[in-house]
Write a protein that binds this ligand. Sequence first.
Ligand SMILES: NC(=O)c1ccc[n+]([C@@H]2O[C@H](COP(=O)([O-])OP(=O)(O)OC[C@H]3O[C@@H](n4cnc5c(N)ncnc54)[C@H](OP(=O)(O)O)[C@@H]3O)[C@@H](O)[C@H]2O)c1
Length: 342
Amino acid sequence: MSEAKNEGTNLQLFLKRIPQGVAGPDDFEVRETEIPQIGDQQVLVQAHYLSVDAALRLIVRDSDEFLFRIRPGDMINNTFAGQVIESNNADFHAGDYVLAPLGAQNFGVTNGADLEKIDTSQAPLSGWLGGFGTSGLTAYFAIFEECKPQPGQTVVVNGAAGAVGTMAGQFAKLAGATVIGITGSAQKCQWLTEELGYDIAINYHDRDWFDQLEAAAPERIDVIFDNVGGDILDQSLKHIATRGIVLLCGSTSQYAQDEMVGPANYIWLGTMRARMQGFVVFDYADRYADARRRMAQWIADGQLKLPEYVIDGDVGDFPRAFQGQYEGKNLGKMLVRLPAAR
Ligand SMILES: NC(=O)c1ccc[n+]([C@@H]2O[C@H](COP(=O)([O-])OP(=O)(O)OC[C@H]3O[C@@H](n4cnc5c(N)ncnc54)[C@H](OP(=O)(O)O)[C@@H]3O)[C@@H](O)[C@H]2O)c1
């Protein structure tokens, strides 16, 4: 069976060269190909939204140190949200919405084993890439299973206005904590407190941002939810509470650095009997459905938002969106909305 939009060509995005600094459009190459044909048991999926993830910068480094990497000449990896166009697989039908880890392109073919069906009655299609997708699940499990903040405790989220940070702050509020966000502009600070329920938000470009943080958390910080690492993490460690938790979710400030640096103020962890711990959302993959049921209820009750920052374009606009994310343009999840979704 076929859906309507099986026409035109397929644009695919490749890494052209190893980026220096934050990746820009010249580091990528768009190629135009035919829309692929499906064989026995295969499924053709059309992308509607591409996910723009800060972690992409980590895997385009010239390094084998990380879990996997993209080399020049490889297609940019991407899990997109899209729709089945044609299927020779009994498990999928034309019209089904799916999450598809098929790369940054308009159309992909798969045997279906890597597809995840999307229930748009739980959250809109785009949400399944952001607050209802990996970013939201990351925040959900990190907050509720690892950090477990208690009412009255203080949680600090850095990268607070980003895809993971916006969800982490909302979950910490639902847990009853006082939530402080750290982000890169006054406008974002205002948005965090007025739209997302953050108690206080601090602009790390203010010279006295750390004084503001100390004043905002007079009982010190029980949980540092760290998305960015670097100096923001390092300074914050000086204000960790006794038996506090530093949850290492990500290190965005380091991904484009030639030499990554860790925090110098780790000594405070010893004094305060605090702990710093790693976290990878995939450890919780068998519980995503449970988390989504709970999140869908909060959304229906008006207690949870799925913030997103959408760029209308095509596959070739992905590099611009990616660069914009590192410039802090996004409020919530950065997405590219492709022609199929418009
Ligand atoms: N552990 C896991 O399982 C897991 C899963 C998903 C994602 N992650 C991690 O979570 C983090 C957030 O990812 P995301 O995709 O949600 O990105 P994001 O937070 O939506 O976007 C990145 C944000 O980081 C901030 N930023 C950029 N450069 C910075 C710098 N040098 N110093 C401080 N802040 C900077 C910018 O906001 P400002 O305006 O605030 O600067 C930007 O908007 C990433 O480190 C990612 O690797 C971890």
